[in-house]
Design a protein around this ligand. Structure first.
Ligand code: TYM
Length: 324
């Protein structure tokens, strides 16, 4: 395992994971288990910037352990943990904060969006990208599989690592983002990015009936059945294509362009394709989600492994800056 490159990624326990998380991160990241040494974690420190209900935070965390289990995370060979079980990351955040320019953080999309909408901005949200840089750097990560919305955060991480290395000498590996361009950003029910904050998500694991209902709610234009349609600009097709093979994709794209196809039909096909793809993991998800003692055991073991790596890297950084 040790000569493999290390990949790391995180997901916030802010609600049930949705198809955007699945296609943008979970699926590609879990596939990398075959070729990489993987470190994946539940970003609960980050979730505190939006979740203020402790019970919800704990339940959402269990949900995510069960999701990784259901999607095939091999906990015995790879490292899966909860961010807050490795408190060393908050100390590294401070060391990195001291080399991070305010201007860099002021350019962050998430911060700018909040400011523009006149919502209260906490220091936690402002400093979010520094904690994320610490997450990545403290595990000597080479590659970070994420959705396109995290691209700026990755650029900031690289920037912060380079600054630190420049001031104190080579300390951190400068990581590469791994963004699956085909997937990029999965649209939600209303066509904007699928996101819990827009309330437009299709949950990854809900009942079959709920899944069908959500897919039927995806917004389309109001073209009649007879009119030719454009698959490339259709929210339903963008999701369908992720679950279809090339022959199916081409056949349906042809039907769009030819006219005579209603959106109800492609929605039904999309529902069936998603349902088939997640049938087995969904069963496993609901079975393992019950056993919280087992979920705790998974977290305890992963946390211990992660902490060993993080401790060594933090020690290296502390020495560099002159702390004992
Ligand atoms: P989070 O929890 O918002 O999302 C988890 C992953 O899902 C991807 N994603 C999407 N991809 C495609 N289309 C969408 N509509 C969509 N919505 C979400 C995200 O890009 C992400 O990869 N800040 C991170 C968590 C984090 C992290 C890290 C990630 C904390 N520390 C270190 C990588 C490395 C976040 O909020 O993800």
């Amino acid at each position: 395992m040790t000569d493999r490159k290390r990949t790391l990624s995180g997901i916030k326990p802010t609600g049930s994971p949705h198809l955007g998380n699945y296609l943008g991160m979970l699926k590609p990241a879990l596939a990398m288990q075959a070729t990489h040494e993987t470190f994946y974690f539940i970003a609960d420190y980050h979730a505190l910037t939006s979740v203020t209900n402790p019970k919800e935070l704990r339940e959402n965390t269990y949900d995510l352990v069960a999701v990784f289990d259901a999607l095939g995370m091999d906990f015995s060979r790879h490292t899966f943990f909860r961010q807050s079980d490795v408190p060393e990351v908050t100390e590294l955040t401070w060391l990195l904060s001291c080399v991070t320019p305010m201007g860099l953080l002021e350019r962050a999309h998430a911060y700018k969006e909040k400011r523009q909408s006149k919502e209260d901005v906490t220091h936690g949200l402002f400093a979010y990208p520094v904690l994320m840089a610490a997450d990545i750097l403290i595990y000597d990560s080479h590659e970070v599989p994420v959705g396109k919305d995290q691209k700026q955060h990755l650029e900031m991480t690289r920037d912060i690592a380079q600054r630190f290395n420049h001031i104190y000498g080579e300390t951190f590996i400068v990581p590469e983002p791994r963004i699956a361009e085909v997937v990029a950003t999965i649209p939600g029910l209303d066509g904007r990015k699928m996101s819990k904050s827009y309330d437009n998500v299709i949950p990854l694991f809900s009942s079959e009936a709920q899944l069908r209902k959500q897919v039927m709610r995806i917004v389309t234009d109001s073209k009649s059945v007879e009119e030719p349609k454009d698959p490339e600009h259709c929210n339903v097709f963008q999701i369908f294509r992720q679950f279809a093979d090339e022959t199916q994709r081409e056949a349906w794209a042809k039907r769009y362009r030819a006219g005579g196809m209603g959106y109800g039909e492609i929605k039904q096909a999309t529902f069936e394709a998603i349902n088939e793809a997640i049938r087995k993991p969904r069963e496993r998800y609901f079975a393992v989600r019950e056993d919280t003692a087992q979920l705790d055991a998974i977290l305890a073991e992963g946390g211990e492994r992660a902490r060993q790596v993080a401790g060594a890297v933090l020690y290296r950084a502390r020495k560099r800056v002159g702390l004992s």
